[in-house]
Design a protein around this ligand. Structure first.
Ligand code: SAM
Length: 441
């Protein structure tokens, strides 16, 4: 995750002069998301967000993230407050943004209502100004009763779709509430020290000298007490560190690479784990990804970190079709960081909760199985493949690996801390990740 965390923007105070454009900008972004685009794509769209100035852009991001985190509540409140659905999707989204803000900043209630009405003047020829004013004032009048009713509506209370709550409950009976609650928090920001360029201790001194508080996470990780834009991190532009969650930093450590090995990172873009592998040892790495736009970012990361270009070959290709990219020489190590539901990192991508459908999970499971079955033939006897997801759903994790083992008699799981796999659940320290290490016998 290389973008600066959205909650940096939460520190910005909205004055009444800036709130209307921020509400209006966020409503456009939410409209794009609810009509099928990802939040990242909407925020990267030059027409939707391109012309926003730094402060306004930060405020729009703050409102958009907050609205999507709490979409289950906004949706519930609108259903309670309206007798029929709102025809104009843009106005509906403006109301969702304003409701999220009213819950977050109750002390600014009347400024928020006033500014939402101002924002509504610029949508649909101002025809819905009265409706926006009425709905928001009704929300304030009925707030106590609405909040009481929201407690017994699962999607409103947990801020996740019903199917997602059911799945997490089934997969993690003792932890489901903690997982859902963690998904609604702001994510931590953790740095990975580029140990080719600086020691972890010296980098920590640089953080201290810059007045930044950080907590050690593993051997090369520093979790910042307060997230901040990467431009303000000492040595970031010079390649002394990368932004990478502590859970993601486990991958390179678990794969246990050593100098001279042939290593495949089969789903490598944007290159966070690939760069960590290259920082760990002088390996010969093939970094593959099926998405050409994302693949280009691998080279950018490797270059910023000053890693040896001779040690890496970057290719665009489908990991499930080795015939199109494999030279027939077996790999000693494979990282299969497969596409998944991203249910372990949903606080970084709150749109995923509402865009995914329950049936999408089966599709991910099928794709993951195709990829790892194909990759297995490229692994040397005695070699190791690390299967990784940023999911908390069992179907993509333990069940996937169990099915793989049953299909491949020459595969065995290598224990991790005496367990057959490592399931990290999202906490204040790290995101949700799953790892299983498989050896070819
Ligand atoms: C979880 S992300 C990888 C993150 C990356 N390992 C890192 O640490 O920066 C999954 C990646 O799989 C890629 N992908 C999806 N299907 C693929 C396929 N069939 N073959 C190769 N890559 C694929 C996606 O483009 C995406 O970049």
């Amino acid at each position: 995750m290389n973008s600066s965390p959205p909650h940096v923007a939460a520190q910005l105070a909205h004055t009444s002069a800036t709130l209307a454009p921020a509400l209006s900008g966020a409503a456009k972004i939410i409209t794009a998301v609810l009509t099928g685009r990802t939040l990242d794509a909407a925020l990267a769209d030059p027409i939707l967000a391109g012309e926003l100035s730094g402060t306004l852009r930060a405020a729009v991001m703050d409102l958009a993230y907050a609205t999507l985190r709490s979409f289950g509540r906004g949706d519930f409140f609108l259903a309670q407050l309206m007798t029929k659905p709102i025809a104009d999707v843009h106005i509906r989204c403006l109301l969702l943004v304003a409701l999220a803000r009213l819950e977050a900043r109750p002390e600014q209630a009347y400024v928020i209502v006033d500014q939402a009405v101002t924002a509504a003047a610029g949508i649909a020829a101002g025809n819905y100004k009265g409706l926006v004013n009425g709905v928001l004032r009704n929300f304030l009048r009925q707030k106590d009763s609405l909040l009481t009713r929201a407690k017994i509506n699962l999607a409103a209370h947990w801020q996740h779709p019903d199917w997602w709550i059911t799945r997490v409950k089934k997969d993690h009976p003792p932890h489901w509430q903690a997982i859902l609650a963690a998904n609604n928090t702001h994510p931590p920001m953790t740095l990975r020290v580029n140990c080719r360029r600086v020691t972890s201790a010296d980098f920590s001194d640089q953080l201290n000298a810059a007045g930044l508080q950080a907590h050690a996470e593993g051997s090369v990780g520093w979790r910042l007490e307060k997230p901040l834009p990467v431009a303000q991190i000492p040595g970031f532009a010079q390649g002394l560190c990368s932004v990478q969650d502590a859970g993601a930093q486990r991958a390179a450590q678990l794969l246990d690479v050593s100098a001279g090995q042939r290593v495949l990172d089969a789903c490598a873009a944007p290159g966070g784990k690939a760069a960590h592998l290259l920082e760990s040892a002088d390996i010969h790495l093939l970094a593959l990804d099926s998405d050409p736009v994302r693949t280009a970012r691998i080279a950018e990361n490797v270059s910023r970190l000053g890693l040896k270009a001779d040690n890496i070959v970057i290719r665009t290709g489908d990991a499930a079709l080795p015939g199109t990219w494999w030279d027939g020489q077996p790999f000693d190590r494979i990282l299969a960081d497969v596409p998944c539901s991203a249910s372990g990192v949903v606080r970084r991508h709150p749109d995923a909760k509402w865009l995914r459908r329950a049936t999408d999970i089966e599709g991910f499971v099928r794709t993951q199985a195709r990829i790892i079955d194909a990759l297995w033939q490229t692994l040397a006897p005695g070699g190791k493949m690390l299967y990784a997801t940023c999911s908390v759903f069992n179907a993509e994790n333990d069940a996937q690996v169990a099915a793989f083992i049953s299909r491949h008699s020459n595969a065995r799981r290598l224990p991790m801390n005496a367990a057959p796999f490592m399931q990290l659940l999202p906490t204040a320290d790290h995101d949700g990740f799953f790892y299983a290490l498989l050896q070819k016998i």
